[in-house]
Design a binder for this molecule. Structure first.
Ligand code: ZN
Length: 309
């Protein structure tokens, strides 16, 4: 009898993508209000710290002791618990942008830069993404969305409770579909105005309430390019902490060919033959056209197809 999982690659495609590599053991079934205090009391506990939106680093090291975090101005009640690395508990916190850091205490780096410029070892990038998404949720959800009262952080940051009406609120993740639509030996790529010069990428858009991934792929592709899509195949996913998206990467089968571009969303949208896409990935395109960098799931959707034929 054929095994359902035969033929899958040994390494999941998601594991190769930026922000996806996270070795932290979350131990979510054991989270309670005492967990953070216990974790903070462990000598091996370490913090990932943000100053406003920026990751704090010393050289390439993003970890700070509990004492260092307190000295830099972190409020202990605002600490969230990511989980446990092999070496000990891993927590995270934000020092408000208005609080000035002591001279030479740390350098500050944009989280996108951390992933694209190898500013830290790869094992930290997924943890920083987890931290950034969760901390951002707390910053934006200080009040109960049912009754408007101030809510309180619970269980290491994975819930906020409302003392006035009893509602419990959980961190959100916003699903985004991102797809490479294929017509035989060519694929559909688009260009947004904010892209670097010469870069083309997959189309993408937020999933709407009540919609399947497949329907969202068909709707977004049609809205942005006018192309009708049939079958949809899941490939990989990527946490995208800006602030809390999950990119769901798919390949999609084109049922039509004539492009009607959404002129607000896209500067350009066209079919690219496989040979041209391979040159874009290799950096040898005669007009300097480029695919996205490997930190982006779009790169992997494009490369998987380009190398498959
Ligand atoms: Zn409430």
């Amino acid at each position: 009898m054929p095994n359902l999982f035969d033929g899958l690659p040994a390494e999941e495609p998601s594991a190769r993508i930026g922000f996806a590599r996270n070795r932290i053991d979350r131990r979510s079934e054991k989270r309670d209000d005492a967990t953070v205090a216990a974790a903070l009391a462990e000598p091996a506990a370490r913090f990932y710290l943000f100053h406003g939106d920026k990751v704090m680093l010393r050289g390439t090291d993003p970890l700070f002791t509990v004492g260092e975090a307190a000295n830099l101005g972190l409020q202990r009640a605002e600490a969230i618990l990511l989980g446990w690395a092999k070496a000990g508990p891993r927590l995270a916190g934000v020092i408000p942008e208005a609080v000035a850091l002591p001279e030479g205490a740390a350098s500050e780096t944009d989280l996108r830069g951390v992933a694209t410029e190898a500013a830290v070892t790869p094992d930290h990038i997924g943890a920083l993404a987890q931290a950034r998404s969760l901390l951002n949720w707390h910053q934006r959800h200080r009040f109960c969305s049912v009754c408007g009262s101030p809510s309180a952080m619970k269980i290491g940051g994975y819930r906020r409770d409302c003392p006035a009406c009893g509602a419990e609120h959980f961190p959100r993740t916003d699903p985004v579909v991102i797809m490479l639509t294929i017509d035989g030996d060519r694929c559909l790529l688009g260009r947004q105005q904010r892209f670097l010069p010469g870069m083309y990428s997959c189309l993408a858009g937020f999933l709407e309430p009540g919609e399947t991934v497949e329907d969202a792929v068909r709707r977004e592709t049609h809205e942005e390019s006018g192309i009708k899509v049939g079958r949809v195949r899941y490939h990989a996913s990527q946490p995208w902490p800006f602030p809390s998206s999950l990119m769901i990467g798919c390949h999609a089968e084109a049922l039509s060919r004539d492009i009607t571009r959404d002129e607000v969303e896209l500067d350009d949208c066209r079919w690219f033959p496989r040979a041209e896409v391979r040159a874009m990935l290799a950096g040898t395109h005669p007009d300097g056209l480029k695919a996205p960098q490997p930190v982006a799931i779009a790169h992997h959707l494009i490369r998987f197809w380009a190398e498959a034929g």
